[in-house]
Design a protein. Sequence first.
Lengths: 290, 290
Amino acid sequence: MTSDIHRIRRFNRAVTRETGALDTSFLGRGRPLGAARVLNAIGKGQDDIGHIRKYLGLDSGLMSRLLRSLETEGLITTLPHPKDGRRRIAQLTQSGETEFSAYEELSNAQAQKLLDAHPKPNALLAAMDLVASALGQDDITIERADPTSATAQSCLSQYYDELAQRFERGFDVNLSCDPDAGDMCPPRGDFIIANSDGQAIGCAGLKGSGGTTAEVKRLWVSPAARGLKLATRLMAEIEARALNFGIDTLRLDTNSALPEAVALYRNAGWTEIPRFNDDPYPDVFFEKRL
Amino acid sequence: MTSDIHRIRRFNRAVTRETGALDTSFLGRGRPLGAARVLNAIGKGQDDIGHIRKYLGLDSGLMSRLLRSLETEGLITTLPHPKDGRRRIAQLTQSGETEFSAYEELSNAQAQKLLDAHPKPNALLAAMDLVASALGQDDITIERADPTSATAQSCLSQYYDELAQRFERGFDVNLSCDPDAGDMCPPRGDFIIANSDGQAIGCAGLKGSGGTTAEVKRLWVSPAARGLKLATRLMAEIEARALNFGIDTLRLDTNSALPEAVALYRNAGWTEIPRFNDDPYPDVFFEKRL
DNA sequence: TCATATACCTGACTTTAGTCAGTTAAAATT
DNA sequence: AATTTTAACTGACTAAAGTCAGGTATATGA
């Protein structure tokens, strides 16, 4: 459909033209875009210079010069990497922190303004999420996380909310078999979060007991990221990590009110088995030998 | 809510990083971005050099040089404005047309690729529309159009589709009082379309008879643009144009199944009057003295 | 008609971004 | 221990974008 294409093209133009205005926190503070982007990356916690260079796609020479200019401005300091003498680490100085928060303030204010001006902010946010996920689907990283961390808790509470909506009887995590956080940490188990540009968009947990059997728990994908095969990637990652722990058999429980989950497990080589716990919520049970 | 802000910021970043990749039709054809943007604007029908300059926010000297470089490449010709000797008009040459379509092809292919890669293309499109409208709400232009043009017909058919969905008995335009296109053209009447970056997002018609009374017809705003007070702007524009035609009384009919429309008319100073036609669809009638 | 404003142009300039070849010092590999 | 790779750096360069002070011709308004 050509009109579909036209709609996307229109969006692209709106966005290309606006992005200047959108992240113009970068502008208006008398610093070129390149330097501002590096400062922003460092402020966001990316200290390894090589990583920043890759993330921003900068030439090594250019990167060096940008760092030097930020350094002479007194905004950052660089020091050698503790483990690898070739690498360097960058850190914000006190005035670097101040400058960085100024960028943050501006950017937040602009975002807030856009939100305030819109009649349906939630619809706008959902749309932005969806688009951002579609555009950024090559950039999803999966990494281990502490299940008690704020990010993990935010994923889990979204997961519980969704279960509560989709189960006829609702969902109360206190009535379910809530795995002990220690069971989802190495060396017994694991917990992973999928990140898209700093936003957590999915998670999965491996609840181990120290033996060769473990359980997969809390597989969740944000509505904004559905359809991108993220659940499959999370499951593959969990299985790989389980193998590393010497686990050879995985089990999980789920519910027939979540047909897409059931289908996913079937397609991924899981076999249905009889009930193996007395959790009141699940009604379908699976096993997979690795 | 700070997490709302974070979501928008995430979207901004996804977009700023991607837009390079999105409209990279501009790249890969051995022409700097500036020149490509100007070529694109001319190809899209923007011939007045001053307008292009304003649209792209370019310095007059820079603009001149970009035009010169496109001219020596043989892609465009410039000629004096027929009405104002100071201004100039730009036009694509034959090979300019060829080059422009090459850009279009590339851009369309990229858009199509994004669409193909997404599991729910329609949801993606709707989200992009919504976001683009939110970002571009300062850039909505309202201009007169021929009600028989393709753009107008596309607006009208979306309008009819929506009526068909919202009326209990559906909607068949052939059973309704379809105004003759001539009645919605100057000097008797008028027809206007709201454009956001080339996409038609709303319309309204003024059906005149040559006398001092006329009727407002076909007020429609695209779902993507609702909540931006566009209907109010369209009505104000229609009233202004009616005044220019020497019309002093406006009437319109609508339906109680469209409560937001009824509310709009009440707020805009219209008074309810008895039925003034035998159209089977409307059940609410309004009048306004200008 | 005369002063002023406007639209576009030209030449001289700066800043920013990016490229590339070569240097240095520290891993990693053999 | 010798060789190769790697990460960051330096200097020399180019391309692109943008700025600024005039200049010319036309239009506009008092």
